[in-house]
Write a protein that binds this ligand. Sequence first.
Ligand code: DCM
Length: 128
Amino acid sequence: MVVVAGALYDRGRLLAARRSAPVELAGRWELPGGKLEPGEGPEETLVRELREELGVEVEPGERIPGEWPLKPGYVLRVWTARLLSGEPRPLEDHDELRWLARHELDSVDWLDQDRPAVAEAALRLPVA
Ligand code: DCM
């Protein structure tokens, strides 16, 4: 099973989302996303999940190379994305959101599995 997450950029900052569930992940920060559904392409998953979870419209960009193991049977793949419209709100799965500039990326407690993707995303952070 593939989980697709987005390195969402806006004005030189990256969006971090704090999980509210399940208990073992709650309070940790992630790149928002969710599971690929049957018949969906990963970019479609990303657009759908960020619409559902954050209430925003995004444009997927490039895949960040790599694949990171989650729980058994699940892997995390990450795409960059650009905010097209809306202001992200924690509608589902999250209780706080923060836009982080490059020098702020270490200020939140990222999920271990997201850390390598965040490091790669930081390298691709567009200048504001
Ligand atoms: N997940 C993760 N890192 C992300 C996004 C998701 O580790 N950036 C994990 C958390 C869940 C699973 O993937 O175990 C499915 O995510 P969700 O519950 O958001 O659909």
